[in-house]
Write a protein that binds this ligand. Structure first.
Ligand code: TMP
Ligand code: ASP
Length: 234
């Protein structure tokens, strides 16, 4: 599939048109950012790792009945996807307390939650991705009630599949962020599932195996990405 013009450049991926107007080429970069782009760096080999990781996750989720935008891996750091219109809502699923949740409510990281938490953030770096409710989403027209229900249901279903999948590999799926897109009226899981947008902790040692190593300057960033990839490939 031939690369055509650039459609969109994000912080960690670039989207190009392809020779099929219904399909796009998604290129994963080694670039990493945190704090809505305030902190910038590169993680060597991340583009390729995230591309393979996303392929493995999306293929597995498709088999379990979750429709995704993923079609094929077409290069070491490139995938062919359905062209979708991204719904500007980031859906976050949390199984344990961490990150902004710990900060917001004054809780210890790693603390248990009595039930799975679902949060919705507006995808807008300039506003620092503010949290929004179902009512904000409908009132501002970011998604309809039906779409809100569908993406929320799909996110919880993804969690029901991924949590035990990572658990079997000795990893706690602490939290993760998903994005969805529309292909006509059909809603597809889009974007990526990678250690950039998931908190993944080793079950035994609680070692962080995700982008928090970069965000918090913990070192061993490349090694952590290689380690999680090796675990999901085993
Ligand atoms: P948070 O604790 O910072 O709100 O992040 C929750 C999860 O969502 C974590 O796994 C990282 C992911 N995430 C992104 O992928 N992109 C973002 O812009 C934010 C804020 C979080
Ligand atoms: N929104 C953040 C940024 O890229 C992403 C993160 O913290 O993972 O700046």
């Amino acid at each position: 599939m031939e690369r055509k013009g650039l459609i969109y450049e994000g912080k960690s991926k670039v989207v190009y048109a392809s020779s099929d107007p219904q399909k796009v080429i998604v290129h994963f970069k080694d670039d990493a950012t945190a704090g809505d782009g305030a902190k910038r760096g590169t993680i060597k080999g991340k583009g390729e790792i995230n591309c393979i990781f996303t392929k493995l996750m999306f293929r597995m989720l498709e088999k379990k009945g979750i429709p995704t935008h993923f079609l094929d891996q077409i290069g070491p750091d490139e995938m062919l996807c359905w062209k979708v219109k991204i719904i500007p809502i980031e859906v976050i699923v949390r199984n344990w307390v961490a990150g902004s949740l710990a900060k917001r409510y004054g809780k210890e990281e790693g603390g248990k939650l009595r039930s799975t938490l679902l949060e919705h953030n507006l995808k807008d770096d300039s506003l620092h991705d503010p949290m929004v409710s179902e009512y904000h989403i409908q009132a501002f027209g970011w998604a309809s009630k039906k779409e809100y229900d569908a993406i929320s249901r799909m996110a919880l279903q993804v969690n029901r599949i991924l949590k035990p999948y990572f658990d079997r590999r000795g990893i706690m799926l602490v939290d993760f962020k998903l994005e969805f897109g529309k292909k006509g009226s059909q809603i597809l899981l889009a974007d990526e599932i990678t250690p950039d947008g998931c908190r993944l902790w080793d079950k035994a040692t609680k070692k962080k195996l995700d982008k928090d190593r970069f965000r918090r300057d913990l070192g061993g960033v490349e090694e952590a990405y290689q380690e999680v990839l090796a675990r999901v490939q085993s």
